[in-house]
Design a protein around this ligand. Structure first.
Ligand code: ZN
Length: 670
């Protein structure tokens, strides 16, 4: 038996979760915890809503509510979402509890006693009109690193770098943009992160081969750049108070206290359980392993800042921090401000949670960004979840029930190859799930189920039943044993469906009680119940109509909004076609030589059906000249010409774009 602590990143209570949060953070943590529980390990999994800080107060001001109203509302929304998704915590709490505040002040006291806390006077932005300091998100300005114009005082949303309000170009108050900002002196407490740099470097350099590449690299780079002491208090009236003279109008900075929630949530859990020391079994035992699940923007808080606090307080350090990359929606980042998202509460009001668990596990952004689209969602459910897994389980169990209503018996396994396949898959999935490789584990599971479908076709029990009933019965017992193993192995991913399969198979108790290793055992007798289809087949057109309707008066198939900066990245020039050849290996392609006032480019284009070479020769055309070169049947194209495509006529529907009057070759297009 092992002790596994699972800490899952704390979502801000200022808006609902989207599918990216579920795919990158909460679902992998839940799969991991279910796997360990099935193995008989003692798991403690905690998280909670992050209720403090400027993300909450800014939202409150925008919605004309108090920070507490906003935070409590979204805490409830998060709790409901997690529950509906079947993501089970031992304690899902929030940072706005007296227990959390006590633990934060206690840990702060420990760090202070050891000399890791200091106070400094710094100059911070001050709004003389509203007579208040403006902490991080209350200040906006231009990012000094990427020139993004709406960067916040804590971070640039465009390039992702953490910032300080002082770094911004033209900093101004978010809510009073016209008043001039002053920088006034104010005293704050600082955490001396620099005290821990050497120990952190030694820690991340030792036995971390199991860490994901991006996590290790990112952490090493941060540490090698050196660590600066960070302010742990803010001039703000929402958050955890500090017992210190002169700090009455200040609160603890959210980055410092939210991570402490892992510890306070463990202690509250033990207290509510009536065994107040129970948490120590995870936090004071050197053999306990601590895992933290989060998205990549949260890496430094879990591999540097939280470990530094833990070192300072003599608490257990993380064993693994399997941070995820991002799930994209139609190839661009989920964004609250652009409302480019599928919100989890909306999804759960209309669609099935288990189906989503399957799809998000199959496209989990483990080592690189992955993309969600409704097309892929429907395809994966219809073709994989139903077409493969659901199909094998349903047809096997219903055939058995129909033809052997009194039950089946076989003394030994009549299809040893199936048993061997189960055994191999079981050992592979055990290895990959232990290593937090969820996508690969699910793939192995689906391959096993596909092997079941193939075996079912080869055995063809519907024929065998007429020819040799005894052999048919024995083979069915083998196939039902495979269903039983699948029910166990699919449990971490699809807990509800797994239990349904278990019940349809006529098995006693729960999958959890049977345990992970039971997948390797076989039974001699089965008496299944009538199964119902496990998943509902989806209709793509209906879903697209609901999720992506063409609004009245709006352009159909409108692409996600881009910024003027995005547009400026494109270099479009006018050039004259001075040479035309047929593509040597493609009937429909031309090779054009285009003159841009001296420099020439070769462009591969597919205009052969619309334009003859005489029509094209000498024409001025518009070309994107900084597009990455692409090869078309062996010929490299150094640009792409612009043309309109008329979708309402079938023939000669492409028309190249030309300047209205002649311009000098090489002229840019804005
Ligand atoms: Zn930036």
């Amino acid at each position: 038996m092992e002790r596994i602590f699972i800490g899952v990143a704390w979502p801000y209570a200022n808006g609902p979760m989207h599918l990216g949060h579920l795919a990158g953070v909460y679902l992998p943590a839940d799969i991991f915890s279910r796997f360990h529980r099935l193995n008989g390990n003692k798991v403690l999994m905690v998280s909670g809503s992050d209720m403090h800080g400027t993300p909450i107060t800014v939202t409150a001001q925008q919605q004309n509510k108090t920070p507490e109203e906003v935070a409590l509302h979204y805490h409830q929304v998060h709790s409901d979402t997690l529950k509906k998704m079947g993501i089970e915590f031992d304690n899902y709490t929030n940072t706005h509890t007296p227990e959390h505040a006590d633990v934060v002040r206690e840990l702060l006291g420990v760090l202070e006693k050891k000399g890791h806390i200091t106070s400094k006077v710094t100059k911070e932005p001050y709004d003389s009109k509203s007579k208040q300091f403006l902490p991080d998100r209350y200040v906006e300005g231009t990012c000094p690193l990427c020139q993004y114009e709406s960067a916040r005082g804590d971070q640039c949303d465009d390039c992702g770098r953490t910032l300080d309000a002082k770094d911004l170009i033209d900093p101004h108050s978010k809510f009073n943009p016209d008043t001039k900002l002053e920088f006034r002196e104010t005293e704050h407490l600082f955490f001396k992160l620099s005290d821990f740099r050497d120990n952190l470097l030694a820690w991340v350099s030792k036995d971390k081969n199991h860490w994901r590449d991006n996590v290790g690299k990112f952490t090493h780079n941060w540490l090698e750049d050196g660590l600066i002491d960070r302010a742990i208090t803010r001039d703000l009236d929402w958050g955890i108070e500090i017992d210190k003279e002169g700090y009455e109008s200040k609160r603890i900075y959210v980055w410092f206290e939210a991570v402490m929630g892992y510890h306070s949530a463990s202690r509250s859990w033990a207290k509510w359980k009536g065994e107040p020391d129970e948490w120590k079994k995870w936090w004071n035992d050197d053999n306990a392993r601590h895992y933290y699940f989060l998205a990549k923007d949260n890496i430094p808080f879990h591999t540097i800042i939280w470990p530094a606090i833990l070192m300072g307080c003599d608490l257990h350090l993380p064993y693994d921090v399997p941070a995820s990359e991002y799930l994209l929606l139609d190839f661009s980042q989920f964004s609250k401000s652009r409302n480019h998202a599928v919100w989890a509460p909306d999804y759960l009001n209309t669609y099935d949670a288990e189906a989503l668990r399957y799809v998000l596990s199959a496209m989990m952004p483990e080592n690189k960004d992955s993309n969600f689209s409704w097309e892929e969602y429907v395809a994966r459910i219809n073709n994989e979840l139903i077409g493969n897994l659901g199909n094998f389980l349903h047809r096997t169990i219903s055939f058995a029930k129909k033809n052997f209503p009194k039950g089946m018996h076989a003394d030994e396994c009549s299809v040893p190859e199936l048993r061997d396949k189960v055994s191999l898959s079981h050992s592979q999935i055990t290895t990959t799930l232990s290593a937090c490789k969820f996508k690969e584990s699910l793939r192995t599971l689906m391959e096993l189920s596909q092997a079941g479908n193939i075996a079912m076709n080869e055995i063809a029990p519907w024929k065998l039943f007429k020819e040799d009933k005894k052999a048919c019965e024995a083979h069915l017992v083998s196939l039902l044993n495979m269903c039983r193993s699948l029910a166990i192995m699919m449990n971490p991913f699809l807990p509800k469906s797994s239990q349904k399969v278990w019940d349809y198979l006529g098995l006693e108790g729960t999958v959890e009680e049977a345990g992970w290793e039971a997948a390797m055992e076989g039974q001699t007798d089965f008496k299944p119940n009538q199964p119902l289809p496990l998943f509902k087949k989806l209709n793509l057109e209906e879903i697209l109509e609901r999720e992506m309707p063409n609004k009245e008066g709006e352009l159909p198939n409108l692409k996600p909004e881009i910024t003027p900066k995005d547009f400026k990245k494109m270099d479009i020039r006018i050039g004259t076609v001075v040479g035309i050849e047929d593509h040597p290996n493609a009937d429909k392609l031309y090779l054009l030589d285009v003159d841009f006032g001296g420099p020439k480019r070769r462009i591969v284009t597919g205009l052969k059906e619309e334009y003859t070479d005489e029509e094209l020769m000498g024409k001025q055309i518009a070309v994107i000249v900084n597009l990455a070169p692409a090869k078309f049947r062996g010929e490299v194209s150094e640009g792409m010409l612009l043309a309109a495509e008329d979708e309402h006529i079938s023939m000669a529907n492409v028309s190249i774009l030309q300047p209205d009057k002649e311009v000098t070759d090489g002229s840019p297009v804005h």
